[in-house]
Design a binder for this molecule. Sequence first.
Ligand code: SF4
Length: 912
Amino acid sequence: MIHTACPYCGVGCGVVARPDGAIAADIAHPANRGRLCSKGAALAQTLDDSGRLTQPQIGGKPASWDDALGLIAAKFRRTIERHGPDSVAFYVSGQCLTEDYYVANKLMKGFIGSGNIDTNSRLCMASSVAGHNRAFGEDIVPGVYEDWEEADLVVLVGSNAAWCHPVLHQRLLAAKAARGTKIVVLDPRRTATAEAADLHLPLTIGSDVALFNGLLAFLHAAGRVDRDWTARHTAGLGAAIAAAGPDDIEETAARCGLDPELVEIFFEMFARTERVMTVYSQGVNQSSVGTDKVNAIVNCHLATGRIGRPGMGPFSVTGQPNAMGGREVGGLANQLAAHMKFDDPADRDALTRFWQAPALTPKPGLKAVELFEAVAAGKIQALWIVATNPADSLPRADRVRSALSACPFVAVSDCWPTDTSVYADVVLPAAAWGEKDGTVTNSERRISRQRPFRPAPGEARPDWWMFAEVGRRMGWEAAFAWESPAAVFREHAALSGFENAGRRVFDIGALADGDDAAYDAMQPVRWPLPAGATQEGGRLFAEGGFPTPDGKARCVPTPFQGLPDRGGHGFLLNTGRVRDQWHTMTRTGLAPSLMAHTPEPLATLHPADAAALGIEPNALVRLSTDEGEVVLRADLRHTQRRGEVFAPMHWTDLFASTGPIGRAVSARVDPVSGQPETKATPVSLSPVATHFHGLLLRRSGLALNRDAFAFAPVSQSNPLLDRAIQTSADSASDHRALPDICHWVRVPVDTGQLFRLTGLRAMPTGDDLDRFARVLLDPPPAADWIEAADPARGMLRVAILVDGVLEACLFLARNPVGLPSEAAVVPILGTAIPDAGRARLLAGRGDAGTMSEGPRICACFAVSRDAIRHAAVTHRLRSVAEIGVRLRAGTNCGSCIPEIEEILRDVRMPAS
Ligand code: SF4
């Protein structure tokens, strides 16, 4: 049994890999104590090596490691010689382990001599880093996870923790049940987290600073400022209060688009509750005023002295599993390693001597958005991208793609082919979770080991090794001579304690002297942990001691700058996560059970807005911004504010014709943190005319030709692999003649691949229709082709059988009601169809019946919305526990409990 850590969110849950291949929760890990969410519970389903990158490639052709690494070293060296160190860059990831990050940062900042290493964590929590630095003097989360259970009031700001940090949310709900913790959610959307709250304030997008300024003014006017504590431990409170504006609840409510009564209730709750913590996440960080939002929140805690004591304090939860670890080693372009600072000569001198660095960079590098702008402008000529997919995930995705395609040299290391790796001159196969060996740090400063429990496929290798090999090949053999991640970690730990003496809170010097066995056996431990420490780090700053020159925290004035400009568009586009997907779906997209909750990307908007625009429920809607446009299916909900639309961040060219939402997201950034605004892009909405509907099921994959926006069947079984091996020859083949006629979404299912098709033009007829069907179905020579067609009604049903087994089927109809239910046909894909069953097949009736099941609510036990609704009505079930007894739903990971509660509320509502 191997103890390791989940690779997804910043909660950092412990998991155990059992010898039988099962992945289970680690009951001993302090972050989760035996819990897992739906994503963690499905980890075993993602351990499939098919489609993995297994060999280095140069120019799309297999190559040796020696050649690939040698080429990267040569290209970087030559580019630096010609254009200087700032003409090269690394773009890395919160998926990297701390050891990967450490080596990459040392290579770029200490030896190449540029600050141009940034990370996709820039998109996640750079505003929290900047806010912490401004307030505390260092990037520190003061609290611990136990605070979630010891607070009397927990305020969640811009955080759908029920979906994005589910295990922490479960810990909070357990505390609420046990001791009556009050929960307030500040979020424009009524999310699953808001459903479980005592109070939801649906503030308008971008008004958080106004709300917390109003709270600070209220606390001041109500005499709730802790005069003694603030005098001893803070500076600048008077200026912050002055910048917050008057104590005027009506005005605050108007700015935030809220009912003044709700605002007053929240302010009173905050003011009179000593044990209050404010949790914030991407709704705060991913903003062009994200750093001010962080400081406006922190100001309220500093003013009341509610920080660093049980159940109190501001608490930033990170999106990625090792965003914190990256911050510890200087993974962001504006940080040095070990929380050292660019503008501190003593830090720079210490780091130069510790590394024996020949060329410590004199200045910060380019942050993610400006880094890719520099690539587009030709200022960066060699780029190495590691474990991230900027062609999908960065704002202005099409512009990023153009930049990548114009860049003279791009290397990509990753586990799977992605929309980014297609632009790479060199592709390096990286070891994935379960194969990598190193450490990660979660949102409460707890370092956990990620341990390998399976061999890496083919020639895949860890990222730290690749960077070290390139460093050696660039001429710095001694500085990059580690032979194990344990050796890298020891150096990282030693640097944290080097000439520290309490100057920097981040200090894990106690871990610097352990041998390899100690590293292997390392238990989850929270920093600070300086040399000689006998117990792990705990809460910080209850008695001041901030790492600033005078030891005082800074209250930062955060004047409200107004709401986001709509730029002539009618709506604001807010992007974020769905419950069961992670990033650009390279891993979670492999698990059919995780696809079933939200099978396709939806644009969620208020029904009244939809009605005003003539957008029908489930119809296609076009989202047009100044950057680009995407087409999504409309999801109409009263939980969405008027004038705002939400779309998920996960889908890519591999899963949907419209590709990433990043295509439409603007690249406005926070001026302090450089974090892009992904929550408030001005957008216009319009209905999309559709002409027919289709359902395609295939056991094997289907490569998708982006150039022709058409379909190209190939023989490989994994669409990710298909995409990777797709060659220019595809674009010359017959399918290229197909018109751009369909919006499509690919949904991996247990039996193969399901494609939902929506016709954007008239359904083909005659020979065109036949050719269209043949291209989609790609029948092998010996296949039986059975068909039922009714041209007058615009209906076609075709199935391909090989040796009597259903290989693929296609259903086309002018109206969606003419399609069979997915629940009926998905299970029979890949099964033998007797002659007598062929008519039944073409009628779209499988063994599962024809009733639609709706989205799958419980991913662990495959329980659908309709099954829960049916059981609740039929058996008069009234509680989540009763549903659990009957259907098992909600009894494992618990991620679905808020949605089960919503269904039960819905069922209990009297019909109007
Ligand atoms: Fe993984 Fe879920 Fe835990 Fe996050 S909450 S670390 S996704 S199991």
